[in-house]
Design a protein around this ligand. Sequence first.
Ligand code: ATP
Length: 300
Amino acid sequence: MEPIVELRNLSKTIGSKKIIKNLNLSLYPGQITGFLGPNGAGKTTTIRMMAGLMKPTSGEVWIEGQSNQTHFEETMQKMGVIVENPEMYKFMSGWKNLVHFARMHKGVDENRIREVVAQVGMEKRIHEKVSTYSLGMRQRLGLAQALLHRPKFLILDEPTNGLDPAGIREFRTYLRQIAEQDGVSVFVSSHLLSEIELMCDRIAVIQNGELIDIREMHQTTESFYYLQAEPSDALTAVLGNKVQDVTAHNKGYVLAITEAEVPSLISELVANGVAIYQIAPFKKTLEDQFLEMTGGGQIV
Ligand SMILES: Nc1ncnc2c1ncn2[C@@H]1O[C@H](COP(=O)(O)OP(=O)(O)OP(=O)(O)O)[C@@H](O)[C@H]1O
């Protein structure tokens, strides 16, 4: 599958500070990619370059085979951007807001407005004033606005700020339908692990301006077990021989082993005089994985 967006060796230096360092990332149709990183990691700077609001020091942003610097207008036509708390006219209805924003684009007629209203499930309330909407409805109206000109690529910067988990799930349902039905590629920036975990298929993790990991969500085949045993010298000798990936965790260790490997590990530990107090399957949360990736770096 051809990517819709490609960041190629994207870098930004301001003064003597390297803010973005050689970022390479491809985004595909129908996929929701999370852009996760602690405060100050460089998410906003990257998004500003993707949206053509800031010039890279070197490298390029390609959208369907065109650079957003040499083909600014064409590439902007293909993009929808939702910033934190989209600005709406509160004293007007949702519908009138959309009519207003539709004038900024060529070829967006009333039929298209009706379509986007349906896509975000706002048919019943669209003729009421925005001031009567809940936060979740305002976010969905923002999404409808960003979709008016049929973008192939949507950027959402901290989109669900202030929404509760139920609101985030609801928003995700609409995003997923849009990604799947229209083949839109969605890029969601957030410093909230829980938000990314709920919304995305894939996450790209940025730290200190560098992309440190890209991983698919919900597809991990790795399995882990938590083990608490003593004495530690005999224990670590056996683990050092038998287990590739061991991390200390809460008075014990988390081991990357499969269920089939458990009996032989227990036999060997016992044969080496190790007393086992606990062994149990262990589910690594995204937070555990993120802390490992960032070397225990700050999460917010
Ligand atoms: N104009 C600028 N001049 C100097 N430094 C800057 C400038 N803009 C951003 N920075 C620095 O670049 C780094 C990345 O900032 P950026 O806003 O992109 O991070 P972020 O990941 O979006 O963080 P947040 O989640 O806090 O918005 C920060 O250390 C910031 O202080």
